[in-house]
Design a protein around this ligand. Structure first.
Ligand SMILES: C[S@@+](CC[C@H](N)C(=O)[O-])C[C@H]1O[C@@H](n2cnc3c(N)ncnc32)[C@H](O)[C@@H]1O
Ligand code: SF4
Length: 454
């Protein structure tokens, strides 16, 4: 990646966990009833053939990391666990009553916040409660995010017994200076311990999350972090660009100054050295920010062109229905998106009226569905193609000019009726998606909404 490419393409841009992206949802057309209608339709179409996915947001963390962009509630009060689990199960019951038939669950992902804030007993109550009204798909994939500082052997064993085979651990960076700045003191030994336990118990995919571009992070820190990571041989690695999103309320990101965050060529160097080391250690880039060993199921899906991306991140196959339970979770019926309210107090209050606590949503138009497909193709296969280019391109102002410019810059190459992202273009895949994003083109955001693309 040259510096000039970085300067040209490092602009604020969406991460495309959905298209349209949340700030572009049209709330005027959205109603609670319309959301449920699309969900019922999609469920009938896909429950038997594909099954459904469940994302469950578990928002509590004991300590605040000052880099974090997730929706979380910092507390040490573990009495909050059980009421929250009961509320999530109530939300699930409301959905099951609406769906009428027993859902077949293909995927569950426990995200947060910190799922391992919860006791093994409460996590068991949650999962058994879910399966009172649902069945497991024969080929299910259950995963969770574990904090290396509080994941116990009992957590790993209990979730394994309940069908979980994938776990990802938040590592970020091993440097003490960086860890102090981001208020996350987490020695290598903690990560090694949980990784080895998970492997011993039989987890088939263990992931580590690493971030480049953190405050005070130097080239040597990235090298050291990847060297240590390599010694534990996780099956997957997320190598995230630090998203500086100080406008997210209550995230405490002002624990360091702006000048302490590596920028431009310094950040580029961190990325390049990291990516080089990952390649040298047999990690293959399978999608935006994600690397996997050839033996991991995500790599196999990438190779077989089955990889899918949704609000949970990458998954090895597509499900048309994803129900998000818990505070701030987003659900996807393929024809429509719906997001839950963001505070625990509102979540409880609306559930008490026997309604699913939806805050807002979006019904996808035909145009949205076409563009969503292209963006998914680019994110999951690094290429996309179309049957009638003329008709489609007329709809999107400047797309040809923009794509030609990206071709000149070496980011993409044209293939028959489509484009393919080159090796040089992979770090810029968000920018390439932005060329297709007609909503962003029609109306640029007035305020800061997105993190920088690199
Ligand atoms: C919910 S956390 C993982 C589980 C657990 N809470 C923990 O921290 O270990 C999910 C992951 O999101 C990533 N993340 C959070 N905030 C981020 C940011 N501002 N920029 C980039 N990645 C971020 C981190 O890598 C983190 O491990
Ligand atoms: S990084 Fe994880 S533990 Fe830290 S505040 Fe965010 S969600 Fe909580």
């Amino acid at each position: 990646m040259t510096n000039s490419l970085l300067q040209k393409y490092n602009v604020p841009g969406p991460r495309y966990t959905s298209y349209p992206t949340v700030p572009y949802w049209n709330e005027d057309n959205f109603t609670y009833e319309a959301w449920l209608d699309t969900l019922k339709k999609s469920f009938i179409e896909s429950n038997t053939s594909e099954g459904i996915s469940l994302y469950i947001h578990l928002p509590f963390c004991e300590s605040m990391c000052t880099f974090c962009g997730c929706n979380k509630r910092i507390t040490k009060n573990h009495d909050l666990e059980n009421p929250y689990i009961q509320a999530v199960l109530k939300e699930w019951d409301l959905y099951c009553d609406i769906l009428e038939k027993r859902p077949i669950i293909k995927e569950i992902h426990l995200g947060g916040g910190t799922p391992t804030f919860f006791s093994t007993q409460n996590l068991e109550t949650l999962i058994l409660g879910i399966f009172k009204k649902a069945d497991k798909a024969s080929q299910h994939e259950f995963s969770f995010e574990g904090h290396p500082n509080n994941t116990t052997k009992e957590h790993l064993q209990k979730l394994y017994d309940l069908g979980f085979r994938r776990v990802s651990f938040g590592v970020q960076d091993y440097s003490e200076k960086v860890q102090n700045a981001i208020h996350r003191i987490q020695p290598f030994l903690n990560v090694a311990k949980v990784t080895l336990w998970a492997r011993e118990i039989g987890y088939t995919s263990i992931g580590h999350d690493i971030i480049f571009g953190l405050p005070f992070q130097e080239k040597e820190d990235v090298i050291d972090t990847i060297e240590k990571t390599k010694s534990l041989q996780p099956d997957r690695l997320a190598f995230y660009s630090y998203a500086h999103v100080p406008w997210i309320k209550g995230n405490g990101q002002r624990g360091f100054n702006d000048e302490d965050i590596p920028k431009d060529d310094k950040k580029r160097e961190l990325y390049e050295i990291g990516k080089q080391l990952l390649y040298e250690n047999e990690y293959h880039e399978i999608g935006m920010d994600h690397f996997a060993l050839q033996t991991d199921s995500l790599f196999e899906s990438f190779r077989d062109r089955k990889l899918h991306r949704n609000f949970m991140g990458y998954s090895s196959s597509k499900t048309q229905v994803m129900i998000g339970l818990g505070v701030s979770s987003i659900s996807d019926s393929w024809y429509s998106f719906a997001q839950n309210v963001k505070t625990i107090e509102e979540y409880y209050a609306i559930l008490a009226t026997n309604k699913i606590p939806i805050l807002r949503g979006h019904l996808l138009t035909n145009e949205d569905l076409i563009i969503r497909n292209h963006i998914l193709n680019l994110m999951c296969q690094f290429e996309t193609s179309w049957t009638d280019a003329k008709e489609y391109f007329n709809e999107i102002p400047d797309i040809v000019i923009q794509l030609k410019e990206m071709e000149r810059d070496g980011l993409i190459e044209f293939i028959s009726n489509g484009v393919r992202v080159t090796e040089v273009g992979k770090p810029f895949v968000r920018n390439i998606c932005m060329a297709f994003d007609v909503l962003l083109k029609r109306k640029a955001p007035d305020t800061a909404l997105f993190s920088m693309t690199i």
